[in-house]
Design a protein around this ligand. Structure first.
Ligand code: SAM
Length: 337
């Protein structure tokens, strides 16, 4: 560790990412952590200067067919008010994002087959016609023909997080789905022509630092265009609700390691960090992240997009500008891909 941490930034780029070294980086503290974060900032600077890329998310439906043990939107949660935004509501939200100058639009939902592919395609093509530069989809696993239709309609990026690289933890946390199947979908998405995003949760029950090191190793093998890590946030309405939240220091360490391991990947500093402890989203930016996501879901619906708990941090332009300034970054449009 000592030796690894003392490497100059250029040498850090040549570091062999062994499982053992990564495991120790995940738990880095004090001066080791500070050096790790500095190397990550320098690596970000090398690829993108001081640009902080903005995207806007519209959470189009909170219906979900999945039974993920960590998620408050799981099918079995009868306490949640379910919604599906209308086409008009979605286009209005997208129009507001474009008016703010944000030209990368992300549509997110639970796994909701009743939100039909034709409806998604119509949104994608209208969003492009309105001037969006990128349409990112994060709608879960869908049939291959639907991915093809989304691409033809103008979507160009798809996020399907691997959640955890430990296949046993994955199978337990996402009943009925295997890690292999999810990765197969992700790689098919790339084969079709999408830029792809993956990501993991830090702090799932039973997850070890070795597992987190494996997350980074898996990301390196996937070579994603976008990658994220979110701390586990317990949701009362889920089987993992009594489990402690994910460790925020480990989460930001992972962000820094991902920057070093993935080079130019787009890495968000997620709102869940601030939901758990205000100030940590800024620390994420100081650990090599270079994306922030504004939430454009209509106000009367977004409190029901409850993957974890009430009181989540809703990111608006003021918040982004404040954090960008504090992190010495300049808000910018997504880089051309
Ligand atoms: N259904 C889509 C999918 O499966 O990719 C996207 C929606 S899903 C709610 C979005 C992400 O929320 C998941 O990929 C997962 O990483 C994250 N998530 C859900 N519950 C969480 C929790 N309790 N803590 C942290 N992240 C969580």
């Amino acid at each position: 560790m000592e030796g690894v941490m003392k490497l100059s930034t250029s040498a850090a780029r040549r570091v062999q990412f062994s499982q053992d070294a990564l495991r120790r980086w995940v738990a880095a503290q004090g001066t080791n952590q500070a050096e790790l974060q500095e190397m990550a900032r320098l690596e970000r600077q090398r690829h993108y200067g001081n640009r902080l890329f903005l995207r806007a998310v519209v959470e189009i439906s909170n219906h979900c067919d999945c039974s993920c043990l960590y998620c408050g939107m799981r099918r079995q949660n009868g306490a949640l008010d379910r919604y599906r935004l209308t086409h008009e509501e979605i286009m209005e939200a997208i129009g507001k994002a474009l008016d703010l100058g944000i030209r990368t639009i992300m549509l997110q939902s639970g796994e909701d087959p009743s939100f039909e592919a034709d409806a998604v395609c119509r949104i994608c093509s209208e969003t492009r016609k309105m001037g969006a530069q990128n349409v990112i989809l994060c709608l879960g696993m869908r049939p291959l023909e639907q991915y093809q239709a989304f691409l033809a309609a103008g979507a160009n990026k798809y996020i399907l997080k691997h959640e955890t690289a430990n296949p046993v933890l994955f199978a337990k946390a996402k009943p009925g789905i295997t890690l292999f199947a999810r990765l197969h979908h992700l790689l098919n998405l790339r084969r079709l022509g999408f830029a792809i995003g993956t990501g993991c949760i830090c702090g799932l029950p039973g997850q070890t630092d070795e597992d987190l090191a494996d997350d980074v190793l898996l990301m390196r093998r996937i070579r994603p265009d976008m990658s994220s890590v979110s701390p586990f946030v317990p949701s009362d309405d889920s089987p993992y609700g009594k489990h402690p939240q994910g460790d925020l220091e480990r989460t930001i360490n992972l962000m820094a390691i991902m920057r070093l391991a993935l080079g130019a990947a787009l890495i968000p500093s997620v709102s869940a960090l601030d939901t758990l402890s205000p100030g940590f989203q800024l620390r994420g930016l100081n650990s090599g992240a270079n994306v922030m996501t504004l939430n454009m879901t209509p106000r009367n619906k977004r409190n029901n997009y409850l993957i974890y708990k009430e009181g989540r941090r809703i990111v608006d332009l003021d918040h982004v500008q404040r954090l960008a300034e504090q992190a010495h970054l300049e808000p910018a449009s997504f880089p051309e891909s």
